[in-house]
Write a protein that binds this ligand. Sequence first.
Ligand code: KG4
Ligand code: ZN
Length: 337
Amino acid sequence: MKSTLLAIESSCDETAVAVLRDGSDVLSHVVASQVDLHAPYGGVVPELASRSHLETLPQIVNQALSEAAVDISGLDAIAATTGPGLAAALLVGSAVAKGLALGAGLPFISVDHVEGHLLSPFFGDEEIPPHVGLIVSGGHTLLVDVHEFRKYEILGGTRDDASGEAFDKVAKLLNLGYPGGVQIEQLAIGGNPERFAFPRSMIDSGDFQFSFSGLKTSVRYFLGKGIQDEDIPDVCAGFQEAIVDVLAAKLIAAARQSGHCLVALSGGVSANRRLQDKVKELCLANGLECRVAPRALRTDNALMIAHVASRMLEQGIFSGVESNVKPNFDQHFASSN
Ligand code: KG4
Ligand code: ZN
């Protein structure tokens, strides 16, 4: 992997640029979060997101290059997330990346955001080992059988809300602010997860599908009956335990079915300690190994995009600058470019 590349991530509410050398040497990583911009609305406002990407990206690209002490002419490729995500937000990042690539005569690499999350636990590794990956983020909850780099089989996903979305919606019901996963986890530390039982939707469905909207509705009805402030930690702990139980059970079942002895967690929700502990406990009991994405690569970031791009560069997989963004999730991600 002898290469230096610059990667841009702008699919949702983080504007991020990374310069990566030889697949694992981080020369720079600049992330500008838009959380404060969207917080008053309780969720991401697409128009505000794309406008903010447009305003900040040029200076972040310059900052990433100067921190890396690399000139554009010292790069081997330019990469960008081209989907899935908010269409206008993706367009900003990919247009900037394509412009840089065209101007400098460099190849452009189009990276799938889901593949970025999926492979993030293996940042820095030579090979992607066979395993079952669970992506748990604000936009996705996906179980994937990974045979090797670029050979993926989707085992299941969510029918409605993503797991991070469920954390955020319940946090909103509890007036904890946006995004709410971290606040729920913090409050749950002092709570009793067994005092209030919330549904483990589809835990016995026998497949790898998820559904979290019923859980959120059940919390809403429960809160509608009226609770005291001192009950909030128990509600957070009970809700978190319900999500964690379903995610961990299905991940382990998927590993047993696939025959792989390794599982991996990625995406913003993989930062949750209770989820990590539960998965590790079940892995130990089932003779499985577990990998979790490194801290800086859990929520949206440009390093995970640079990581996938450097593996693509190594295999000579490029995209034309005329290629389009793909806002919707593609079941055949990573096999279509
Ligand atoms: O991966 P990410 O940046 O988003 C998407 O790509 O969609 O993840 C953000 C999500 C949010 O829903 C946030 O509430 C959740 O990850 N999150 C957490 C924790 N930290 C972030 N959820 C539960 N526990 C956490 N510690
Ligand atoms: Zn993401």
